[in-house]
Design a protein around this ligand. Structure first.
Ligand SMILES: CC(C)(COP(=O)(O)OP(=O)(O)OC[C@H]1O[C@@H](n2cnc3c(N)ncnc32)[C@H](O)[C@@H]1OP(=O)(O)O)[C@@H](O)C(=O)NCCC(=O)NCCS
Length: 233
């Protein structure tokens, strides 16, 4: 879903009947707009599952709180918001991430944060038609998706270095492996992240990863006027 920061107004929270949680109410305009857009995308995802009146709360770590029948995830850039949810009886949790392709000037610093030295060397050797900026942003996004899925799956807090990139293919899949202790019972497990460079979100990459549920999560229970803030694409 696309949204326009320029058209954001705090009153839209009321107009859309979306609760501006306390942590966001003191945030800047940009953050409020992305939060609202994320919640609107989540509302659309819930509607796909026949749920029309659920208010998605916010957990202690900032995670969205979905209805008991679903696991989901939210992400946003400054122009787009995305949300996915899947049925909880699938036994899988899900993470989603959308990222604007990182500028060349920031690639070195981001690489240092998300890759170990050996991973960095391995990634540099990966045969791909992607530019280095696209590749690094893609792998960053895959890790963010897995971080979200792991938290949803069992409140497992992963860091970037807990996750190693194993392989990348040109058909939209990246193989990731959990390589460090915080991953507890999922240590050594491999996960496939799916990616796309959506033509309708030019200059962005979208990734998603599923992870089997590790332990029961905490759950909490809970027609939009279009004023040019969002468009469904
Ligand atoms: C939390 C984190 C994954 C968010 O990713 P991001 O690329 O910065 O931002 P995105 O727009 O993609 O995602 C933001 C959304 O992630 C979701 N989110 C936030 N914390 C989350 C968590 N612990 N688990 C799952 N989803 C989470 C929220 O829905 C949030 O949007 P909202 O606040 O508008 O509802 C990222 O900041 C991160 O990896 N931080 C590392 C340190 C950390 O906070 N770890 C705790 C996560 S386990």
């Amino acid at each position: 879903m696309a949204y326009r920061l320029l058209n954001f107004d705090h009153r839209l929270f009321d107009a859309y009947n979306i609760q501006c949680v306390s942590r966001i109410s003191t945030s800047n305009r940009r953050r409020k707009a992305s939060f609202l857009a994320g919640r609107l995308a989540a509302r659309m995802a819930l509607q796909q599952h026949g749920i029309f009146d659920f208010s998605i709360g916010q957990g202690a770590m900032g995670e969205p709180l979905w209805p008991p029948s679903l696991y989901g995830s939210i992400s946003h850039t400054q122009e787009h918001a995305v949300a996915v949810c899947i049925k909880s009886d699938s036994g899988d949790c899900i993470g989603v991430d959308i990222e604007s392709i990182t500028k060349a000037t920031r690639i070195m610093s981001i690489s240092r944060v998300i890759f170990s030295l050996s991973e960095s060397a391995r990634v540099a050797q990966m045969p791909t038609s992607l530019s280095h900026e696209e590749l690094v942003t893609l792998l960053f996004s895959c890790k963010e998706s897995l971080i979200k899925a792991a938290y949803a799956a069992g409140h497992v807090i992963l860091r970037f270095h807990d996750i190693a990139t194993v392989d990348l293919d040109s058909d939209g899949q990246v193989l990731l492996e959990l390589v460090a202790k915080p991953a507890r019972d999922v240590l050594g497990t491999r996960f496939t992240a799916y990616y796309v460079f959506p033509p309708e979100c030019q200059g962005s990459v979208l990734t998603t990863v599923r992870m089997p549920l590790i332990s029961p999560r905490r759950q909490r229970p809970g027609s939009v006027p279009n004023v040019g803030f969002v468009s469904e694409r």
